[in-house]
Design a protein around this ligand. Structure first.
Ligand SMILES: *[C@@H]1O[C@H](CO)[C@@H](O)[C@H](O)[C@H]1NC(C)=O
Ligand SMILES: *[C@@H]1O[C@H](CO)[C@@H](O)[C@H](O)[C@H]1NC(C)=O
Ligand SMILES: *[C@@H]1O[C@H](CO)[C@@H](O)[C@H](O)[C@H]1NC(C)=O
Ligand SMILES: *[C@@H]1O[C@H](CO)[C@@H](O)[C@H](O)[C@H]1NC(C)=O
Ligand SMILES: [Cu+2]
Length: 188
């Protein structure tokens, strides 16, 4: 079979699944694209600095959604693959990742069944690995645009002062860091 016909069959299958209602989406519907970030280029960074896991997840406001760059080291290969999400709350002083709460899930989908990555608008907004793929260790470099997370505080999907959490294959929260705004010095 030619590649184009395979692709069109896959497309038709995804459409059929969506039409048949087999794809789980949010109780509030599919996530909408974010097109009202106040400052394009506004940057928030989650900095990981535990004994094992070090590095950053950088989020930069775009005309549509947010661009993420993951640059972390020290994810033990044998415990992967790793999931990563935007969680609701900042990491407390104690560093306890449990206290970051659940996933950012503005459209109320829940994480079960796992989301369909070909239909990212149906995923929990904060389920970045569900949408863009899990990562293996030990060192990760990965970049993607997510149209559904926001830097506009009035918008569903706002990520400010929330956190990024990595989970190992057992779902244990092995590293977490608060997203902090990078303040740009005022122009002279
Ligand atoms: C959707 O679900 C129905 C009922 O569970 C099943 O019969 C059908 O094959 C499914 N369709 C697809 C495309 O998965
Ligand atoms: C982290 O917090 C959870 C819930 O608050 C608690 O059950 C757990 O024992 C804490 N873990 C550590 C290492 O303190
Ligand atoms: C944002 O991410 C997309 C997809 O990875 C990429 O094509 C685009 O160049 C990125 N934009 C910026 C400003 O980095
Ligand atoms: C984010 O956290 C900073 C520092 O803790 C605080 O000054 C700021 O008011 C918070 N912003 C929002 C929108 O919660
Ligand atoms: Cu998570």
């Amino acid at each position: 079979m030619h590649l184009p016909s395979v692709l069109s069959l896959l497309g038709a299958a995804a459409l059929a699944a969506a039409q048949a209602g087999n794809v789980t989406t949010g109780k509030l519907g599919d996530a909408r694209e974010v097109r009202n970030n106040p400052v394009i280029g506004e940057t928030w960074v989650a900095t990981f600095d535990s004994a094992a896991v070090k590095g950053t997840v950088t989020a930069v406001a775009q005309p549509v959604g947010i661009n993420y760059t993951i640059a972390v080291t020290g994810l033990a290969v044998e415990k992967g693959p790793y999931k990563y999400h935007v969680h609701l709350r900042a990491v407390p002083e104690s560093g306890n990742c449990t206290d970051t709460g659940g996933h950012l899930d503005s459209y109320v989908r829940g994480d079960s069944p796992p989301c369909e990555s070909s239909l990212p608008q149906t995923c929990e907004v904060g389920d970045l690995s569900g949408k863009y793929g899990t990562v293996a260790g030990p060192d990760v470099k990965k970049a993607f645009n997510d149209p559904y997370t926001a830097m506009n505080i009035i918008q569903l999907g706002y990520i400010g002062n929330r956190s990024i959490v990595f989970h190992d294959a057992s779902s244990a929260r092995i590293a977490c860091a608060t997203l902090k705004k990078v303040e740009v010095a005022a122009a002279p």
